[in-house]
Design a protein around this ligand. Structure first.
Ligand code: MD3
Ligand code: FE
Length: 206
């Protein structure tokens, strides 16, 4: 049975592992059209994670601000469509976690290389904060940092490995979270990388 981390947050260990080849293929098709790239954060420093998107909306950052954009700023073209396989798997994971009716319109794809990290933050650029977020981890393991409603709350360390899927809804949807610097290593499929895909309802209501 699914393992609840906290109210509304469910960890589906290994949910994506059985179909890892299809995940790799789907990510490969998206990144052939819209490659991973390092974006600039407001203020001008680079993010340490390389990103791309698929779906109707993509999360982007530049020296001015964070926002959702229907087009890839690198080309001006629409983001690649969300592969049907990825969309169906995200919907299935949400349903398994107790969230029927999930309809993601955005998938942010993060690529971590050794040393890359994500500092504590909240995902607050989506219009409807009641819609859950589904997160798929592939490749090297990481330590996920999971805090509470304020930056000062204590942080739990949750190890995430290849194929783990997390569903964040309910009260934990707005929790602070981050990722420790990725340790060096070799994954049998991805080499020295971790990919994390987060499915969101960016502009659609749940
Ligand atoms: C908890 N990504 O892209 S995934 C992000 O591993 C992000 O790349 C991390 O945080 C990564 O914004 C963490 C797990 C995750 C994603 C969204 C959440 C946890 C969350 C939203 C609310 C609470
Ligand atoms: Fe986040």
């Amino acid at each position: 049975p699914p393992q609840p981390l906290d109210a509304g947050a469910v960890l589906l260990r290994g949910f994506a592992a059985a179909r890892e080849q299809e995940w790799l293929q789907a990510v490969g098709r998206v990144t052939a059209q819209a490659p991973f790239r390092v974006m600039t954060r407001p203020g001008g420093a680079p993010l340490s994670v390389a990103m791309t998107n698929c779906g109707d909306w993509g999360w982007v950052s530049d020296a001015q601000r964070y926002r959702y954009s229907s087009t890839d700023p690198a080309t001006g073209l629409p983001w690649p469509a969300m592969p049907a396989f990825m969309q169906a798997q995200a919907v299935a994971a949400a349903a398994a976690a107790g969230y029927p009716g999930y309809a993601p319109d955005a998938c942010l794809m993060n690529r971590y290389q050794p040393g890359a990290k994500m500092t504590l933050h909240r995902d607050e650029d989506e219009m409807d904060w009641s819609a859950p977020i589904v997160s798929v981890s592939l490749g090297l393991p990481c330590t996920f940092l999971w805090g509470g409603p304020t930056r000062q709350d204590p942080v739990r360390r949750v190890p995430l490995t290849h194929g783990d899927v997390l569903v964040w809804g309910g009260p934990t949807r707005m929790a602070y979270h981050g990722v420790n610097p990725l340790k060096a290593g070799q994954h049998h499929l991805l080499g020295a990388q971790r990919w994390n895909l987060t499915f969101r309802m960016a502009k659609r209501y749940y």
